[in-house]
Design a protein around this ligand. Structure first.
Ligand code: FES
Length: 87
């Protein structure tokens, strides 16, 4: 079992019009529903960043340690990527 960290950018470009924080809230809810054990035992962590230097017009998230980044991801797709990262 691996560990993973999800970084959600809430910087000035990603959070333009509040979209970064809206995505953060969606991600928090989905993680709590999908990976409660992994969050509880610390194998999965969620953090925010003020800029991931990947600015686009859409909010950006990155999974570590892979470094895979996603712009305005579908939540289900993101949960699948995290499941792979935790394998
Ligand atoms: S503000 Fe989010 S990547 Fe730059």
């Amino acid at each position: 079992m691996s560990a993973a960290r999800l970084l959600v950018c809430v910087g000035p470009n990603c959070d333009a019009r509040g979209r970064g924080r809206a995505l953060l809230a969606e991600v928090q809810a989905a993680l709590a529903a999908t990976f409660p054990d992994e969050l509880a035992d610390g194998r999965l962590k969620l953090s925010t960043r003020d800029c991931l230097r990947l600015c686009t017009r859409d909010p950006v998230v990155r999974i570590e340690p892979s470094g895979d980044a996603f712009s305005d991801p579908e939540i289900d797709d993101l949960m699948s990527e995290i499941a792979v990262a935790l394998k």
